[in-house]
Design a binder for this molecule. Structure first.
Ligand code: MN
Length: 285
């Protein structure tokens, strides 16, 4: 099957402000494998939507963005980290915004490592992903925030929507002073306050956003690697993306596992990518 590029990615690489690339990597998955198929499923779903975005009053064709296609099929986590970091560095050095489509959550620290250390990282995730190692693998999807913290610092990363971590992660979190925002806090106090708190916690102008699709409730996004009840709504996540998009220097969305999908999870991921792209456009000219 020939896969089409992400819908409306009509700009050349040289002209593009935002550059998409797929990372079909799921070798450390621990429950529902298959996120390697997500970049193409999300691209296909992207053709569902109007180019005019009603709630923004703008057309996505006003934003110049390019789709590089998928990176190679990496054999080891180390090779993936190297390949994704290099891609993210190359795009950022050209003055463009890298937007990676996973693949599993291990792609996020790989993309962040390709950027300068003065970025703050906000994650949306059901899980804290703060294990130092999982199944003897430091690059496991279950260690995504730990590896991000290695690059930007424990005080420059915060995951929101969290409703699951191990006793060991709790102990490490308290010892190392890592902040987090639970899904319960978001349901009680609202997504705007949570987004403000996340921005305050990282204290950086330049923001990288990593969206683990399992942050969203499995009722809306059932096809993810590790589904966890009591999650966020699609509109809450749209709110975070809309608020953060103008200051993003990089982003990824990960953990969609299309074999478990009836199409709605990939559609939601595609729509969130479109929300990010329109928001990265800057003020209307
Ligand atoms: Mn997760």
């Amino acid at each position: 099957m020939v896969t089409r590029p992400f819908a409306d990615s009509v700009a050349s690489y040289d002209d593009a402000r935002v550059v998409l690339f797929g990372v079909p990597f799921d070798r450390t998955s621990s429950f529902r494998f298959g996120s390697r198929w997500a970049p193409d499923a999300i691209r296909e779903a992207s053709y569902n939507f109007e180019t005019y975005m009603m709630d923004h009053g703008r057309d996505i064709l006003d934003v110049k963005f390019h789709d590089l296609g998928n990176l190679e099929d990496f054999g080891t986590p180390e090779a993936m980290v190297k390949g994704v970091s290099e891609a993210s560095t190359r795009i950022a050095k050209a003055g463009k915004i890298p937007l990676a489509i996973g693949g599993e959550h291990s792609i996020a620290p790989a993309a962040v490592r390709g950027l300068p250390k003065d970025v703050g990282v906000i994650g949306l995730d059901a899980h804290l992903d703060f294990r130092d190692s999982y199944h003897d693998d430091k690059w496991s999807h279950a260690c995504s925030q730990r590896r991000i913290a290695d690059h930007v610092g424990f005080d420059r990363t915060v995951y929101a929507g969290v409703r699951s971590f191990s006793a060991e992660e709790k102990e490490d979190r308290e010892r190392l002073g890592l902040s987090f925002i639970s899904a319960y806090e978001i349901h009680q106090r609202g997504i705007e306050r949570a987004t403000d708190r996340a921005l305050h916690a990282i204290g950086r102008e330049k923001v990288y956003l990593t969206i683990d699709t399992d942050a969203i409730d499995p009722a809306f996004a059932p096809a993810v690697g590790n589904p966890e009840p009591f999650g966020l709504t699609p509109l809450q996540v749209k709110g975070v993306v809309n608020t953060l998009a103008p200051r993003l220097v990089g982003m990824d969305i990960n953990e969609v596992s299309p074999a478990w999908d009836q199409g709605q999870t990939a559609l939601l991921a595609a729509r969130l990518i479109r929300e990010a792209i329109i928001g990265m456009a800057g003020p209307e000219r």
